[in-house]
Design a protein around this ligand. Sequence first.
Ligand code: C5P
Length: 234
Amino acid sequence: GRIWAVVPAGGSGRRFGGGLPKQYLLLHGRPVLAHALGCFLGHPRITGVQLVLPVADLAREDWRACLGDETGRLLPPVAGGAERADSVGLGLQTLLEQGAAATDWVLVHDAARPCLRREDLDLLLGSLADAPQGALLALPVADTLKREDHGRVLETVERSALWRAFTPQAFPLGALAAALADAAQQGWKVTDEASAMERQGWRPLLVRGHGDNIKVTLPEDLPLAAAILEAQWK
Ligand code: C5P
């Protein structure tokens, strides 16, 4: 089957503060979003990449020029929704309407993760043959974890079975679209694709990636991402 990518970039960047949403900030002269798309646009196994933008940015004529789509895999962007899960759902819907099959794979990757390594993407793609219930890049938790109560430690949480979930996350397109629609209808809070699938009883495969696949969330993450990219180029 074919493999698609959906990159949600529909956020307003409220936590980041300031004006420009974080996916547009420049990292080594290119938007964060362009770095996040790079791995997928240049990958021979990815058929097409569906970008999801804030509705106000769809009319911009300058977006494609700065994204570096040399392979022509970038599909016309669509408008996102109120929450990340809504934006992903709209991206999936568009792929299905444009002729993607429900049984095709889709990889969902945050626009705010500009440091994904090609080797981690390849690892995830390589795992799919043995991952009928989907797969995601993730990493075991390194820090000791505390549960809080009014700003004080209530208890230490056993961390040995805890992983941090990254993106990309890979699922069959139709099943993911249905799971996200169900979650929206039930009012379940869904912060990644896997959590929507878990609600349907799926047990996605954890694929150990590198911890430098950070999500740019706060202003101090930007210089960190810049340093990570520099280190990767060496
Ligand atoms: O806000 P958060 O860090 O969870 O955002 C993760 C990704 O989801 C970002 O790339 C952001 O642009 C995207 N997003 C979206 N639509 C929203 C909110 C976030 O596509 N309504």
